[in-house]
Design a protein around this ligand. Structure first.
Ligand code: NAP
Ligand code: ZN
Ligand code: ZN
Length: 347
């Protein structure tokens, strides 16, 4: 029999959260049942709960930054045991046989990965996310949270951490790299810490200098305000990589001008509208304009281990279930330092 558990759901696009119950399936052979302790609030949750990326599946239970403890395992589970500290990120299944899945890049599964919420399993069953007290996930899509990382500060690593770690790795960031992080929010504050731990010289490009002290404490070597036009003159041709974590429209020509020869501008933030740029900015210094989407399962485990080894966690504000609506408004107003995490025992 499926288990009925409490959850926070959005009944329709943009509606207020309400308490409800959802069903979690019976354990299959390779499933683990996880008692969720914390769920981070990603800006993508807000985009989807407000149907800003097109029609969503409602009622919706968001949440893809999940940390908790295994409470039961299916008969064929080999990698986890009751009591293990685990995490779940942005997807809970993929086809497992396309070239991208086989390469450990399940986030780019050719059949389409199964999103942790606002999605459907291949058999048509709806997925519901981490704003809940329990979830059932195949062990192949479950991550181990290393000792030394508390569950609350680990939860946001399952999206914000891997989304920034993956492109930093892919573009070969290390000692000697000059990296700029655009936006000091949930993703941005992780990117600063991870790039710093990889040995890069890190610059934050924020709308203002209001979070400069935090940015420097987290590992930024330099901090500039994008509202000051002098910033773009001063930093011209400075960076190997510019990683944008903002969802607002950007003056791409200005940002491309910040790249050195062979530099790359990489989107992880997702502006709703098409963005434009002049091709001359690319051609003039063999620059690249690119995007990146979360990371694969093996790479997510690598990121968690890296964060534990370097003492990196998310900077969080823990909230109760009835504060989620207000927290959404504060994230949209850039009034979060730097990730809201829901104590799911309050749901
Ligand atoms: P967030 O916490 O709201 O951070 C976004 C930051 O963008 C803000 O803190 C702010 O930083 C900056 N910003 C906000 N409004 C701006 C404006 N009008 N102009 C310029 N900068 C602005 O959001 P998040 O959770 O980090 O997510 C950021 C984006 O990444 C969202 O679009 C989300 O959907 C997307 N995302 C993508 C992936 C992926 O795999 N590609 C994964 C997760 C999230 P400052 O105050 O420092 O300027
Ligand atoms: Zn996310
Ligand atoms: Zn696949």
């Amino acid at each position: 029999m499926p288990v009925v558990v409490p959850a926070l759901s959005v009944p329709a696009a943009g509606a207020a959260f309400e308490r409800t119950t959802i069903e979690r399936r019976d354990l299959r052979g390779h499933d683990v049942r996880i008692e969720i302790a914390y769920a981070g609030i990603c800006h993508s949750d807000i985009h989807q709960a407000r149907a800003e990326w097109g029609a969503g599946l409602f009622p919706m239970v968001p949440g893809h930054e999940i940390a908790g403890v295994v409470s039961e395992v299916g008969p064929e589970v080999t990698r986890f045991a009751v009591g293990d500290r685990v995490g779940v990120g942005c997807f809970v299944d993929s086809c497992r046989e396309c070239e991208n899945c086989l390469a450990g890049e399940e986030q780019f599964c050719s059949r389409g990965m199964v999103a942790t919420y606002n999605g459907k399993f291949y058999d048509g069953e709806r997925t519901f996310g981490g704003y809940s007290t329990q979830i059932v996930v195949d062990e192949a899509y479950t991550l181990r949270i290393p000792d030394g990382l508390e569950l609350d500060v680990a939860a946001p690593l399952l999206c914000a951490g891997i989304t920034t770690y993956s492109p930093l790795r892919h573009y070969g960031v290390g000692p000697g790299s000059r990296v700029a992080i655009v936006g000091m929010g949930g993703l941005g504050h992780m990117a600063v810490q991870i790039a710093h731990a990889m040995g890069a010289e890190v610059t934050v490009l924020s709308q203002s200098l209001s979070k400069e002290a935090d940015g420097r404490r987290l590992g930024a070597d330099h901090y500039f305000a994008t509202s000051d036009p002098a910033t773009f003159r001063e930093l011209r041709r400075s960076f190997d990589l510019v990683l944008s974590t903002v969802s607002a429209d950007l003056d791409l020509d200005a940002y491309l001008g910040l790249l050195r020869l062979d530099g790359s501008f990489v989107f992880v933030g997702l502006p709703e509208q098409p963005q434009t740029f002049g091709v001359f900015a690319l051609v003039g210094a063999r620059r690249s304009l690119a995007g990146s989407n979360i990371g694969g399962i093996a790479e997510t485990q690598e990121m968690l281990d890296f964060c534990a080894e370097h003492g990196i966690g998310s900077v969080i504000e823990t909230i109760k279930a009835d504060e989620v609506g207000d927290a959404y408004d504060r994230v949209v107003a850039s009034d979060v330092r730097y990730r809201f995490v829901i104590d799911t025992t309050t749901i």
